[in-house]
Design a protein around this ligand. Structure first.
Ligand SMILES: Nc1ncnc2c1ncn2[C@@H]1O[C@H](COP(=O)(O)OP(=O)(O)OP(=O)(O)O)[C@@H](O)[C@H]1O
Ligand SMILES: [Mg+2]
Length: 226
């Protein structure tokens, strides 16, 4: 039986947007431009899961900021850091290998959450080299999806944006396969007011699209507008 309860993102406003939090056995995707808050939200969710006693696999293709983790985890940093399993791939092949390797960790430690931040940073580099990265990305996502089902946990992946010149708008990288495999998608935008961001629900199985909330990035995470 599928566990009905969702897992908190560590932020009440984001939980509400997602209809209660991250859905186990599925992939939730956050996408947005530079400094829109993707990594911050991944860290908040990770810290929250670690505090609850789960283990977190965090695959970071852009260089994990330990300083930022410390800010968000605060006094709990030392107590929870040993259950954070950090992988930092340098290319897309290595990213795939690390996703495969991470299964061993969940066999030995209480599974809590898988984070891939970002799914497409290294993919983009490969794409520029003209390789068929799309299939590889799909394979990586299917493998992560497999873990969410095997271990009954949610996955959180981030995605970068590119300018879609035909639609004259920013769209997520990774094409339709990444879009389909993510059962919930949240877009993050920087607002004109300095410091403010907006999180908008783009896709969800049981909630209307277009719902949103505004937030600021602060020392220990984010603060949603009242
Ligand atoms: N302690 C802090 N207090 C306030 N704002 C902070 C703090 N630490 C980081 N920020 C802000 O957070 C933003 C970066 O957020 P984050 O790293 O989550 O974005 P991102 O979407 O992951 O960006 P990228 O695409 O570059 O990976 C920056 O604007 C930065 O100024
Ligand atoms: Mg980031």
């Amino acid at each position: 039986m599928t566990k009905p309860d969702r897992q908190t993102t560590g932020n009440a406003a984001l939980d509400r947007l997602l209809g209660g939090g991250l859905e186990p056995r599925t992939i939730t995707q956050l996408y947005g431009g530079p400094a829109s808050g993707k990594s911050t939200l991944c860290m908040i969710a990770s810290v929250s899961c670690l505090r609850a006693g789960g283990s977190v696999i965090f695959i970071d293709s852009e260089g994990f900021s330990i300083e930022r983790f410390r800010q968000i985890a605060g006094n709990d940093t030392a107590a929870i850091a040993d259950r954070l399993f950090l992988f930092e791939p340098v290319d897309f092949d290595q990213q795939g290998g690390m996703i495969t390797e991470s299964d061993k960790i969940f066999r030995q430690h209480k599974p809590g959450l898988v984070v891939l931040d970002s799914a497409t940073a290294l993919y983009r580099t490969d794409l520029e080299k003209g390789r068929d990265a799309m299939q590889q990305l799909t394979r990586q996502m299917l493998q992560i999806l497999g873990y969410t089902k095997r271990y009954d946990l949610p996955a959180l992946v981030t995605n970068q944006v590119y300018m879609d010149t035909t639609r004259n708008t920013f769209a997520g990288l990774g094409g339709t396969s990444l879009e389909h495999i993510s059962k919930a998608i949240v877009r993050l935008d920087r607002l004109e007011t300095p410091g403010w961001r907006r999180a908008t629900l783009v896709k969800h199985r049981s909630r209307p699209e277009g719902a949103s909330f505004d937030f600021e990035i602060v020392q220990d995470g984010i603060r949603a507008k009242e």
